[in-house]
Ligand binder design. Structure first.
Ligand SMILES: Cc1cc2nc3c(=O)[nH]c(=O)nc-3n(C[C@H](O)[C@H](O)[C@H](O)COP(=O)(O)OP(=O)(O)OC[C@H]3O[C@@H](n4cnc5c(N)ncnc54)[C@H](O)[C@@H]3O)c2cc1C
Ligand code: FES
Length: 287
């Protein structure tokens, strides 16, 4: 089965759920650490930051999910999945336990153009559970072998409440580092929360990071993206220096079925990462 996975892009790798981490108070966001049943498949699955993969459960279906682990994390791949009460595959996945076997197809799509950003300042803005592929990117950028290739790195991450923040241990460790500025904010605090309270666009205005020689990676719910663009523009970020990731319903994930197109682009193949300049074009054409 694994040998043919190389040849036929529809055949998934067999992977075992190694660990499951419940990320939030609502318990509807879980991070699945997957290990390849056939160790030779691990090397074939070489991904870049921003890519996604298809997770499949036999007899139930297949869903696209962003890759949450860094390309430098060896021996496993991680995905953080939200369970929708009426969502077939996400609910089935949340019912699974460590040791269960699922399918993994990919890596798919394009990625953040990190090589073209070397020597630049990087601003990373994430909201809600769309933070997953940004987490992969941050893990990668903060690796001791990679960090010196970039100038200032600033992270702004927001969630609805403290209990909805993902990757809490990692957030703490990033906040302790002096080579990255990490700002975590929540829409509404609770009695134990000592951190910042405020919506991402408002906190961005307060932080006012320089747009000079800078790129911005931005992922979040549509409402956050809508209200974050104007302050980014005011700070001087050009539309082609802002990279964001689109979500569309998908089937094949490899540009064959036409399910995910926006105009003449396939989100699964030409995306999911697009410069904001391109997204603005889609919007202007009503796509
Ligand atoms: C490139 C890409 C990357 C993605 N990365 C992630 C990720 O990292 N983590 C993650 O959890 N999800 C991610 N998604 C979204 C994920 O693919 C869907 O949530 C998933 O397909 C739901 O499948 P399902 O079978 O559970 O739901 P379905 O059975 O297909 O849907 C049933 C119902 O669930 C609800 N629902 C399903 N999906 C969504 C949605 N996205 N938003 C709101 N309501 C929804 C709707 O009410 C829908 O009618 C990504 C999508 C894309 C295209
Ligand atoms: S999902 Fe089939 S073309 Fe994109």
């Amino acid at each position: 089965m694994s040998a043919s996975a190389n040849v036929n892009p529809y055949i998934p790798y067999r992977v075992k759920i190694d660990t499951i981490t419940i990320e939030n108070d609502e318990r509807d966001l879980k991070t699945f650490r997957l290990v390849f049943c056939d160790k030779t498949d691990q090397a074939k699955f070489a991904h870049s930051c921003g890519q996604f993969a298809m997770l499949s459960i036999a007899g139930t279906g297949e869903i696209p999910i962003g890759i949450a682990s860094s390309p430098l994390d060896k021996g496993y791949v991680e995905f953080t999945v939200k369970r929708y009460p009426t969502g077939l595959v996400s609910s089935a996945l949340h019912e699974m336990t460590e040791g269960d076997i699922i399918g993994l197809r990919g890596p798919l799509g394009n990625s953040f153009p990190l090589a073209a950003m070397t020597g630049k300042n990087i601003l990373i803005i994430g909201g809600g559970f769309a933070f997953t592929t940004l987490r992969a990117t941050i893990r990668y950028l903060l690796d001791p072998a990679i960090r010196p290739q970039y100038k200032d790195i600033t992270i702004l991450y927001g969630a609805r409440s403290p209990g909805e923040l993902l990757y809490k241990t990692e957030l703490d460790s990033w906040q302790k580092r002096t080579d990255v500025k990490t700002c975590v904010t929540v829409d509404k605090g609770d009695p134990a929360w000592k951190g910042r309270v405020g919506l991402v666009p408002m906190v961005l205005k307060e932080l006012a990071p320089s747009s000079l020689d800078a790129c911005c990676l931005l992922c979040g719910p549509p409402i956050m993206l809508k209200f974050t663009m104007p302050p980014l523009m005011e700070l001087g970020f050009a539309p082609d220096s802002i990279l964001t990731s689109l979500e569309r319903k998908m089937s094949c994930g490899i540009g064959k079925c036409g399910r995910c197109n926006v105009g003449n682009k396939y989100v699964c193949k030409d995306g999911p990462v697009f410069p904001y300049a391109q997204i603005r074009e889609f919007e202007e054409k009503g796509l």
